[in-house]
Design a protein around this ligand. Sequence first.
Ligand SMILES: C[S@@+](CC[C@H](N)C(=O)[O-])C[C@H]1O[C@@H](n2cnc3c(N)ncnc32)[C@H](O)[C@@H]1O
Length: 261
Amino acid sequence: MMGMERDLTQKVKAQFGRQAERYAASRPHAKGDSLDLMVEWAAPRPSDLVLDVATGTGFTAFAFAALAKRVVATDLTANMLTQARRLASERGLTNLLFHLAEAEALPFHDGVFDIATCRLAPHHFASVPRFLAEMHRVLRPGGRLVLCDSASPEDAESFAWQQEAERTRDPSHVRNYSPTEWRRMTEQACFHVDRVNTEHRSHLTFSDWVRTSGSDPATVMVLRERFLKAPPAVRNAFQIQLDGEEIHFSWMLAIVLAHRG
Ligand SMILES: C[S@@+](CC[C@H](N)C(=O)[O-])C[C@H]1O[C@@H](n2cnc3c(N)ncnc32)[C@H](O)[C@@H]1O
């Protein structure tokens, strides 16, 4: 692993290690139309073996475990997996296996999974192309890939504003990708892209957003100023609205269904 990637891995482990309990209680992560659509598109069967990469506290894995034979769920951060195991046992789910693993180097044989999923995590990865290559390798021919991540709008001003806000909030943030970039990267990893959906959004309040990341008061002030002074095109792109003291906003989600030929 290169030095910069090692630094990023440390940042991810520090960020999510500290915040694991908050993620376990986070409503936007626990459910949502986007997760329902991922399950609908992947259409898991009772015989399917599913891989969920960067499972966090396990919400995507749980949705698939209810329908598939078994779900193998991986993450880089031990504390997130501890919370995922706790929640799985509270829900009485017994068909899940958890592994500590990097998205870019999966410890599985070629062609073993029927479905591979990853939700709300690729914007933390050092290399999305390497992650996609790994997803392609571990899926069987015909296997389905379903991804969902907060995406960036196609315009440069909104993209730059969002990246600055996300990196200020969370040092382990690497980059959001536009729907066009998602399609291109998935095709370049030799997948056949079936659908890309951008109709779903992650609706957030500013206070929940900075609470989930555990941002310190000085950072929260800088971010609040940034939201309040956002230019009109940015306010429009992210649906930024002031309601009393609270700021409401949303990120567009890119949801990708693809399959291995
Ligand atoms: C927002 S959480 C994921 C949410 C989860 N997928 C869900 O559907 O609720 C992001 C997760 O990505 C993990 N992560 C970040 N970079 C990673 C990497 N390179 N490899 C594996 N996991 C990674 C973090 O440890 C964290 O648990």
